[in-house]
Ligand binder design. Structure first.
Ligand code: NDP
Length: 316
């Protein structure tokens, strides 16, 4: 496993990490989640991603139970959580206000059974809270020792720059990382919009959905299998990820993968790893078998030549 700095921060993350959206606290039970985390950890993964909203807090509870059962050395892993969507429907139960963030981190730490998380993200921008208020609240969380770094998820480059400027002006901790969607079919933001921020503010990237929710595994090439994410109750809206055009491209990518002796999932994850601005590619999995396959992407990334990268770009 290779480790990369989170932008210009001193923190080093495994280039492949494991997230908990859809799976933890919902689709899979604690034993399967524990086996997935353990396999990943033993393969060198040191970053586990979470959010308070995942399975309405149950993903944090499950990860907290697992971390306390496996009892790994705290300095050997990094845990994140995110705030915005909230757990309830009241007027102060969503967004990025001081009240929301202060109460949010307290709840997350309790569910995760940790004294601090390493990373916290503003899960979306909040147009109803002044950016100064959010920056101040995130800074306070860091000063209280409840998190070490803070960042954003799916904020525009302009919003990130505004938060950064406020923090610098007020001598507060600035945002240091973004968590954007990034895969073969979704590239613009990471490759174009954020480009100036990598040097200017040392932004780190923890990218999500490297397989477009599984479309880039080829599992949806002939329809939607019964036991797959796109068939899960509550997630059928994700079926729009599997457009006929994408499926045609996945089939062509499968021939590139076959030539390399790997799976298309490994090829797709490896492709994300080739971007040096990506600090870590957060993978997702509903079984140990998938974790095992996905962890093989690191080796494939080293075999991806410029020529093969060009072939891939011609297909997508
Ligand atoms: P992917 O796009 O990689 O999708 C993961 C899903 O694809 C798995 O749960 C599994 O679903 C299927 N899959 C994975 N590997 C394989 C394989 N080798 N063979 C067959 N099927 C496979 O990633 P996610 O969408 O899960 O995103 C990764 C993480 O990023 C999340 O867990 C979360 O932590 C984070 N994230 C952050 C967001 C944000 O807004 N900040 C938004 C979304 C995710 P199944 O078996 O059920 O079909």
């Amino acid at each position: 496993m290779n480790y990369r700095r989170l932008g210009l921060a001193g923190l080093k993350l495994s280039e492949l990490s494991l997230g908990s959206w859809v799976t933890f606290g919902g689709q899979i039970n604690e034993e399967t989640a524990k086996a997935c985390m353990t396999y990943a950890y033993e393969a060198g993964v040191n970053f586990f991603d979470n959010a308070e909203a995942y399975a309405h807090g149950a993903a944090e509870t499950m990860m907290g139970n697992i971390l306390s059962r496996v009892a790994w050395r705290r300095s050997s892993y990094v845990v994140s959580t995110k705030f915005y969507f909230g757990l309830f429907d009241g007027p102060n139960d969503t967004g990025l206000s001081k009240k929301r963030l202060t109460e949010g981190i307290a709840g997350s730490l309790k569910r995760l059974r940790l004294e601090y998380v390493d990373l916290i993200f503003c899960h979306r921008p909040d147009p109803e809270t002044p950016i100064e208020e959010t920056v101040w609240a995130m800074d306070q969380i860091i000063r209280r020792g409840q998190s070490l770094y803070w960042g954003t998820s799916e904020w525009s480059a302009a919003q990130i720059m505004e938060a950064y400027s406020v923090a610098r002006r007020e001598h507060l901790h600035p945002p240091q990382m973004e968590q954007p969607q990034y895969h073969l079919f979704h590239r613009e933001r990471v490759e174009v919009e954020y480009r100036p921020l990598y040097e200017k503010i040392g932004l780190g990237i923890t990218s999500w959905s490297p397989l477009a929710s599984g479309v880039l595994t080829g599992k949806y090439n002939d329809g939607i299998p019964k036991y797959s994410r796109l068939a899960l109750p509550g997630y059928t809206w994700l079926q729009e990820e599997a457009t006929p055009e994408r499926i045609r491209k996945v089939k062509r990518l499968q021939t590139v993968a076959a030539d390399m002796g790997c799976t298309v999932a490994q090829l797709a994850i490896a492709w994300c790893l080739k971007n040096p601005n990506v600090s870590t590619v957060i993978t997702g999995a509903s079984s140990v078998k998938q974790v095992k396959e996905n962890m093989g992407a690191g080796v494939i990334a080293q075999q991806l030549t410029d020529e093969i990268m060009e072939d891939i770009l011609k297909i997508i």
